[in-house]
Design a protein around this ligand. Structure first.
Ligand code: ADP
Length: 251
C-alpha cells in the first residue's frame, strides 16, 4: 500500500509498479501532499547518508487499511516499516495478526520510544545495527553485540529477532532457538549499500510467504545472498536483482 502525490515522482512510482506487474489497486495518488523523497549521499566505500522527506507517505491512514481488509486478511505476509505513520503501520500489523497473517516488521527509520505493541505484533522483527542501538541503548558493532540487542528486543515480545550487520551478514534469535546465531554473508565489492536493508527484508518476506518450510537460517542465508547482489550495483530499487537473474538454488 502507498500514498504518493499527483506529481511526476508519483506518476513514475505508479508506472514503475505497473511495469513490474505489481498491483496499483492500493497505491493512492493524493493532491494534498508531494510524493515522499529520499536524498541519498554515497561515499567511496559505498556507505550512505539519507535525508527522508516523508510527504504523502504520512497520509496513508487506517481508513485506507480498512479499504484493503479483504486483501490484507488473505495475505501470506504483512511487511511494515516506519516510513509511513507509526499508527498506520501498527494498524496494519494488528489487522494482519487478527487474520492469522504472518507479520514482519522493520523499524526503519528507528524511533527511540517505539510503541511496545510493535514488538508483540511482530512475528519477525528485523532491524539494522543503528536501529538496534536506538531501540536498546546498547552499542552494536559485532555479532556478539547484535546477539545481546536481539535478546533484549525479544524480551519485549517478538517471536523472532534479526539484526542485520551490513557486510557482516546478520544475527538471528527465535523463541524456539533462544541462543543468538550469526549468519555471515558473501564478501563482495560494495558499490552502493543504499537499500540493502530493504532488499534483505523484501527477500525475507518472499521466503516467509512462498517457502515457509525452509528453516529460518536457510531463509536468512538466501536473503543475505540477495542483499549482497544488491550492494554491487548503484541505486536502491534499480540495484535489486530480478528472480530470473539469480541462481536457481535460491528457489
Ligand atoms: P541497512 O541497509 O538497513 O543499513 P544493513 O547495512 O545491515 O542494512 O544491510 C542489510 C543486509 O544487506 C545485510 O544483512 C547483508 O545481508 C547485506 N549487505 C549490506 N552491506 C553489505 C556488504 N557490504 N556486503 C555484503 N552484503 C551486504
Amino acid at each position: 500500500m502507498a500514498q504518493v502525490g499527483k506529481d511526476s515522482f508519483g506518476n513514475n512510482y505508479i508506472e514503475n509498479l505497473k511495469q513490474n506487474d505489481i498491483s496499483t489497486e492500493f497505491a493512492y495518488q493524493t493532491k494534498d501532499a508531494a510524493t515522499g523523497t529520499a536524498s541519498i549521499i554515497v561515499n567511496n566505500e559505498g556507505q550512505n547518508i539519507i535525508v527522508i522527506v516523508a510527504g504523502a507517505n504520512l497520509l496513508l491512514n487506517t481508513e485506507d487499511l480498512r479499504g484493503a481488509v479483504s486483501v490484507i486478511s488473505r495475505a501470506r505476509v504483512m511487511l511494515c516499516q516506519l516510513e509511513i505513520s507509526p499508527a498506520t503501520s501498527l494498524g496494519a500489523l494488528a489487522m494482519a495478526r487478527s487474520s492469522g497473517v504472518k507479520t514482519l516488521f522493520n523499524p526503519a527509520p528507528a524511533i527511540a520510544d517505539l510503541d511496545p505493541q510493535f514488538y508483540t505484533l511482530s512475528d519477525v522483527f528485523c532491524c539494522n545495527e543503528s536501529e538496534a542501538e536506538i531501540l536498546t541503548g546498547l552499542t552494536v558493532g559485532s555479532p556478539a553485540d547484535a546477539g545481546k540487542a536481539a535478546l533484549m528486543l525479544m524480551g519485549r515480545g517478538c517471536q523472532v529477532v534479526i539484526v542485520t550487520l551490513g557486510a557482516g551478514g546478520c544475527v538471528m534469535l527465535s523463541q524456539t532457538e533462544p541462543t543468538p546465531k550469526h549468519i555471515p554473508t558473501e564478501t563482495v565489492k560494495a558499490v552502493d549499500t543504499t537499500g540493502a536493508g530493504d532488499s534483505f527484508v523484501g527477500a525475507l518476506a518472499f521466503y516467509l510467504a512462498y517457502y515457509p518450510h525452509l528453516s529460518l537460517e536457510e531463509m536468512l542465508k538466501r536473503s543475505n545472498f540477495i542483499a549482497a547482489v544488491s550492494v554491487q550495483a548503484a541505486g536502491t530499487q534499480s540495484s535489486y536483482p530480478y528472480r530470473k537473474d539469480l541462481p536457481i538454488h535460491l528457489f
